[in-house]
Design a protein. Structure first.
Lengths: 405, 85
């Protein structure tokens, strides 16, 4: 197994080299991409983000797990879709959804070799869960994460996909992934595929069953990055299989800083350290630090947002006490403030899934989240005041904010 | 031979009944995929097994074997057994 090479373990980060912070931008129109259990919707904002034109449904009846606009060309949309019965596929549009074309070869695992010596059974992609555009210097390349957990890459703008790296069929990785029964109720997911903006060969990924991993060689090898992360009480944190990251985000203004919302808390990692710090211990005790999404500020690496859920007893996975709220840290996790102005004060039992909360790059930053009860909320002022911009949608799986050129 | 297409696949064929050829069920699906790109993977997975809830009938008889031989006079039905909400 080639998970770790000497080169990868000895790579020096050296002095902290921070990417040039993104310049504050003129107001552009924001496009909010909403993927749901029954289709996809596009919400076109005005320049003030105060009114929204709805476009949809697209793929009505399809389970759409992720809808992403390519920031490199500003016009290519990829949608990861399936139905309850038809197999998974990827659709592509270059005209903001007026027309869609299906991928010629969607993500699919390698066919299992025949014969009694086969150690690893063949697997079947149930759905593509996560889409990540590659580095800016790889303009047509994308990564995809699937359930069951697999990593795929396209080099032609999402038309054809191939299994990528050692992850899918490496015996050690397969052991860490466990079976489909070891994952989330609708299948374990490979997610949070992150490309270092300074180095296209430096990748991170997370598995809902199997931890966080890092590659310095464009996926030829991956090494676990789980030190400091906790696991469910009574289990051994040294066993990678027990780690359940929910969402990992890299700070655009400081690519050496990552934040993570995990099944067991909120964490921060400052490279070159390999040890996560549980910053969720500073959250209010009655709320806790369990949740799905993690959102980072586009220009301030000390600012991040979470949306807690109830992770007590049988794990209701609703808003704690039926009172939903985002929380923000402005100091890298040393303290957190509740942000619930405009949100329901009681009896609101929805939650926000791991891909369903995001930020735009405007100033002040706009925040957006979609709920399991089909509501789309946004804040124009970094979470101080929330407004609902759509109701009665299907269960929302993913929300992305893109800026129109 | 005639192949009856289920509603969820009409976005590929635009017709409820189409013509396709093949000496086996697998070859028939290959021909359908040549005519209607992408169709095969929606009903047959990458391990060459039928997806859950997708069912195949030959002359009214349900078949489970992708190597099942076919004759040009056979009639094939692809059926989606709808379930869930």
């Amino acid at each position: 197994m080639a998970r770790t090479t000497k080169k990868s373990t000895t790579r020096q980060h050296g002095p902290t080299v921070r990417a040039k912070p993104a310049p504050r931008r003129q107001s552009r129109r924001v496009l909010v991409l909403v993927a749901t259990r029954k289709g996809a919707w596009l919400f076109h904002g005005d320049t003030k983000r105060s009114t929204w034109r709805v476009d949809g449904p697209h793929f009505l009846g399809h389970i759409v797990n992720h809808l992403v606009l390519d920031p490199r060309d500003g016009r290519t949309l990829l949608a990861a879709a399936k139905t309850g019965h038809l197999g998974p596929t990827v659709f592509r549009s270059t005209d903001f959804g007026r027309t869609w074309k299906e991928a010629a070869r969607p993500p699919a695992f390698a066919k299992a070799p025949d014969g009694p010596d086969t150690k690893l059974p063949g697997r079947v992609v149930n759905h593509t869960f996560w889409l990540t555009p590659c580095h800016a210097n790889e303009p047509k390349a994308w990564y995809a994460g699937t359930s069951p957990q697999g990593l795929f890459r396209s080099d032609d703008g999402g038309d054809t996909w191939e299994p990528f790296s050692i992850v899918n069929d490496d015996p050690q990785f397969r052991a860490w992934m466990g079976s489909e029964q070891d994952g989330t109720p609708d299948g374990p997911k490979l997610h949070s595929i992150i490309v270092d903006p300074r180095d296209s060969a430096h990748l991170y990924l997370a598995m809902s069953g199997g931890g966080v991993h890092e590659s310095f060689d464009r996926g030829r090898s991956f090494a676990p990055l789980v030190k400091g992360m906790e696991v469910v009480e009574g289990f051994d944190a040294a066993n990678i299989a027990f780690h359940d990251p929910h969402c990992v985000q890299l700070c655009p203004s400081n690519p050496d800083r990552l934040y993570q919302q995990n099944h067991c808390g909120i964490y921060r990692l400052d490279r070159p350290s390999k040890e996560w710090t549980r910053i969720g211990k500073h959250m209010p005790k009655r709320v806790g630090d369990i949740g799905f999404p993690m959102v980072v500020h586009p220009r301030d690496a000390d600012t991040a947002w979470v949306f807690p859920m109830d992770g007590t007893t049988v794990w209701p996975r609703t808003s704690p006490e039926g009172r939903p709220s985002a929380y923000v840290t402005r100091n890298g996790g040393k303290s957190w403030q509740r942000l619930d102005s405009g949100l329901p004060r009681s009896q609101a039992w929805w939650t926000v899934k791991r891909q369903a909360m995001t930020a735009d790059a405007q100033d002040p930053v706009g925040l957006y989240f979609g709920t399991t009860s089909g509501e789309l909320w946004m804040s124009r002022d970094e979470g101080h005041r929330w407004a609902c911009i759509a109701r009665y949608l299907p269960e929302i799986y993913a929300v992305e904010a893109a800026e129109m050129r | 031979m005639k192949v009856l297409i289920p509603g969820p696949l009409l976005s590929y064929t635009n017709e409820r009944e189409v013509e396709a050829t093949g000496a086996t069920l697998s070859e028939l699906l290959d021909d359908l995929d040549r005519q209607y790109p992408g169709l095969r993977f929606r009903v047959i997975d990458e391990q060459d097994t039928m997806r859950a809830h997708m069912r195949f009938f030959v002359n009214g008889e349900q078949v489970f074997d992708m190597t099942r031989s076919l004759r040009p006079t056979d009639a094939v039905q692809i059926v989606q057994a709808l379930s869930g909400g």
